[in-house]
Every structure is written in structure tokens, then in C-alpha cells.
Design a protein around this ligand. Sequence first.
Ligand code: SAM
Ligand code: SF4
Length: 335
Amino acid sequence: MRKNNPILTDSFGREHTYLRISLTELCNLRCTYCMPAEGIQLSPKSTIMNYEEVYTIAKTFVDHGVTKIRLTGGEPLVRRDVEQVIEKLASLDVELSITTNAVIVNRYIDCLKSNGVKKINVSLDTLVPEKFTSITRRNQFKTVYKNLELLIDEGFHVKINVVLIKGFNDDEISDFIELSKEWPVSVRFIEFMPFDGNRWNRTQMVSYDELMKTVNSFYGKSNVIRLEDAPNDTSKNYKLEGYKGSFAVISSVTNPFCDSCNRIRLTANGRLKNCLFSSSESDLLTPLRNGESIEPIIAKAMASKFKIRGGMDTLEKLERPDLHSQNRSMIKIGG
Ligand code: SAM
Ligand code: SF4
């Protein structure tokens, strides 16, 4: 039963109703902005939550007010028992969704449908096959594009996540927006963010302002319609007159949306992260395995949440590699 006990409310009054669960640290792609070139140190298998532990921890959050759960990774669908996890979580009173690179999503259409998963975010950073191979270090463009079409045909609500990187895919902004002409998708341009091992540099990032300048000059400012954003939305949403879909910007670097943040994250090894950028984490899995209550740990973690980006409240702090390296690589957080 949902409680009014505000253990998921932080000291700035933000209520956290959206839990993102990373199901695995493994992935079938190697995106350069996410997976460090030197690879990552995987957590020992025994320290990864099994599906019952995922369920028990998720249920605790749902009991305290979480209404949305998104599965992520690594690549959530490479987890062997992903179907069991989805079935278990679907029994909770939440909206269940998933973020995937779509390489093997075709195998899970029935599972996703029968468990009520309607919203799927697909990551795709380029529409040029050779560039796809260079950014993901894997030759899978055709499969991903085919699966994207499949998801749309099957009636899922699809958002396409595009991490914009200067000199790599900033020449494809209008090509991506054109996907929203006939497809009822939302194309979301994400500002490239710094994490451990991704060699982030501010000059590689395409900012919200730069993106909108490109869009306005290509389409003409008067043709670009600003849409109303949903409450707690991390994106600023737009569309073009007559297009079936829309596009959006996620500007975590130049325009953080921390004031309305309602997100918390659970890593595959059962650590609670109160912010994507937070360098601290709270182990929920060990106490759960020891038969202890995890609620006091959750409450403490929430009370210590910083107001802005895990304490990196200025662009200057974001630019300090010593601060990113105290955080995880993105592949071990889940976005
Ligand atoms: N493997 C799945 C996928 O790629 O969709 C789920 C996990 S992935 C870590 C989740 C999201 O994080 C993806 O949309 C990816 O593009 C985004 N992401 C990863 N590294 C990022 C970075 N440095 N800056 C911005 N977004 C990033
Ligand atoms: Fe894998 Fe997703 Fe990271 Fe790419 S962004 S390496 S697909 S986890």
C-alpha cells in the first residue's frame, strides 16, 4: 500500500516518484560517450541484484510513492532473465517503461506488450551506417533501424534519444527532425554529459541554444512550435507544423532541470543514487540480503540530495575531470 510517509521527499521538498533501474552493467554496443575505451571493471556477478531482489527493492519504492519505473542498463535486454524481471515488475502498480539500444528488442515485443510496457526510448545517434559503427564500435545500424520501424509499427510510444556531439552528428539535426514528419515519435536531442572515462570536453557539446539556432535557421523560427512540457519533464518540447511527431532538447548541462527533479536511480548492484551526477551512493542490496530494513537508508540518501547536479552546480565544476571520476561511467549508471 502507498504511504504518505515522505521518505522520498528531499530537503528541498522534491517528491521522487520516478525510479530508474539499471538491470545490468553489460551491453552489446560500446558507445564512446558512455563506455570508456579501456572498458569497465564489472561488479562481481554475486553482487548483481537477482530478479526477486529487483522486485523487492522496487516494491519498497512503490510503497512509498513511486509511480513510474524505467528499466535501463547497460543494455537491459541483454540480461538473461529480463522477461522474468519485466513480469514481476509489471505486477506493481506503476507505469513501466524501458530504454534500449534496440539491437535485440524484436525478440521481446510480445513480452513488452503483454506486460503493459508502452513507452520505449531508443538510442540512435546517427542515421549514417558508417558513423553508427564508429560511435557504437559495433556494426548494427541496419538492425537497429529495422527494429525502430518495428516498434513504431507495433504501436509503441517511441522516443529516439540522440546524444549530440559537435563535428560528429550536429550535421544530422534536421535529418532526425524529419523522422518526426511521418512517424509519431519524439526525437530527443541530449546535451553530451561528462561521466567517468568518457573524456568529456565542453567544446564537443552542442548546447540547447546552438541546437535551437540551427533548427530555427533551417525551418524558420515561426514554423517551430513550442509545446507544453509535462510536469517533471526533463525535456523542452517542440514540433513542426503538420508533423506527426515532435522533437525535444534535454539540456542537463546548460539548463539543468533540477528544481523539478523527481528521479532516483538504482544501479544493477543495488546502490541507490539520489542524482545522476552524484558521487555518493547508498547500498540497499547488502542490508536487504542481511534481512535489514532498507527504508532508513533510503530516507537518509534522499535527505542528502544536493539541490543541483549532485553538487556540480556550475559549468566550471562540471568541467573538472576529478569530479566526474568520483562518479560512475554512464554504462554503470543507466542514464
Ligand atoms: N543501452 C540503453 C540505451 O543505450 O538506450 C540504455 C542505457 S544508456 C546508458 C541510457 C541513455 O543514456 C541512452 O539514451 C544514452 O544515449 C544516454 N547517454 C549515455 N552516455 C551519455 C552521455 N555521456 N551524455 C548524454 N547521454 C548519455
Ligand atoms: Fe550500451 Fe546504451 Fe551505453 Fe550505448 S549508451 S554503450 S547502448 S549502455
